[in-house]
Design a protein around this ligand. Structure first.
Ligand code: SAM
Length: 270
């Protein structure tokens, strides 16, 4: 299984669990991202790595009758969830496609705005991806993407990794660290042909009520890939030990989950 197939299979696995209250930073972020993008009626918007369509749906509500969102993801199951949510919302101005963000099948100079929430760092070749995104943006068009800061999910993630290490599962350096600093985001944008990069940060974190909510975070998004490496026979023991360790971080407000997020924007030169 190559890297992309591995990512796709994790998101295929979690798709029906992804929209849950423990992961509510995803819809918080989608609303903020659409505000930053200043989407106007009648625009063409591309939402890359749409997942279950949080940003696509938020963008669709800003568009008038002739504006449209194209939304893409590698995971068929995530797209299936997104299509269901679109129907439930009574919207019909989004087209969902199973498509690789590194190989966009859209015409050049077409989109006014490209959005990508917590998706770019999954691309094995982020520079190649950004170049193909630049191609489909109109001159003067805007890209906005989000990424996590180094403090995101800490110290909870560190505890998770230490507990996994006891089973000889040694995760690679988290991918999002490649986009975890303002300067890294600006540099990769400029290196790949974008102009006027700007980065702002916001804390989208909150208190989780109890360990089970953190467990839901692990089970329902990217961390699931690491958990799946644990042999079935060790899983109950792992969960019990992890519960004890995570409960040490609990205060009277609950378990703080840091979701420090970078919002990076840039333009395609005219
Ligand atoms: C953490 S989720 C974010 C989803 C959504 N943007 C959100 O904020 O809820 C990352 C998504 O990126 C998708 N993804 C990863 N690599 C991709 C690629 N090369 N092309 C398209 N989608 C990709 C995954 O399938 C997954 O749905």
């Amino acid at each position: 299984m190559n890297e992309k197939q591995a990512i796709t299979s994790v998101f295929d696995l979690v798709a029906t669990k992804y929209d849950n209250t423990s992961l509510r930073f995803f819809p918080f972020c989608a609303d903020k991202l659409v505000d930053y993008a200043k989407i106007k009626p009648n625009q063409n918007v591309l939402d890359i790595a749409t997942g279950t369509g949080m940003v696509a749906l938020a963008a669709a509500q800003c568009l008038g009758n002739s504006g449209r969102v194209q939304a893409i993801d590698l995971s068929e199951n995530m797209i299936k969830q997104a299509r269901g949510k679109l129907k439930q919302a009574g919207l019909d101005n989004v087209d969902f496609h199973v498509m690789d963000a590194e190989n966009l099948e859209f015409k050049s100079d077409f989109f006014d705005v490209i959005t990508c929430s917590y998706g770019l760092f999954f691309m094995p070749d982020m520079s190649a991806a950004l170049k193909s995104w630049l191609r489909v943006l109109k001159p003067g068009g805007k890209l906005i993407f989000t990424s996590f800061a180094p403090s995101a999910f800490q110290p909870l993630t560190e505890t998770f990794m230490q507990n996994l290490a006891e089973y000889n599962i040694v995760p690679p350096t988290p991918r999002w660290l490649q986009l975890a600093e303002e300067e890294l985001c600006k540099q990769i944008l400029v290196d790949n042909g974008f102009a006027e990069p700007q980065v702002t940060q916001e804390q989208l974190g909150y208190h989780l009520g109890e360990f089970n909510h953190w467990w839901e975070v692990i089970q329902s998004a990217g961390y699931r890939g690491l958990y799946e490496q644990l042999p079935q026979e060790h899983r109950a023991k792992f969960e019990a030990k992890h519960r004890l360790e995570i409960d040490k971080h609990k205060t009277k407000d609950g378990i703080w989950m840091d979701v420090q997020t970078l919002f990076s924007t840039a333009l395609k030169p005219e």
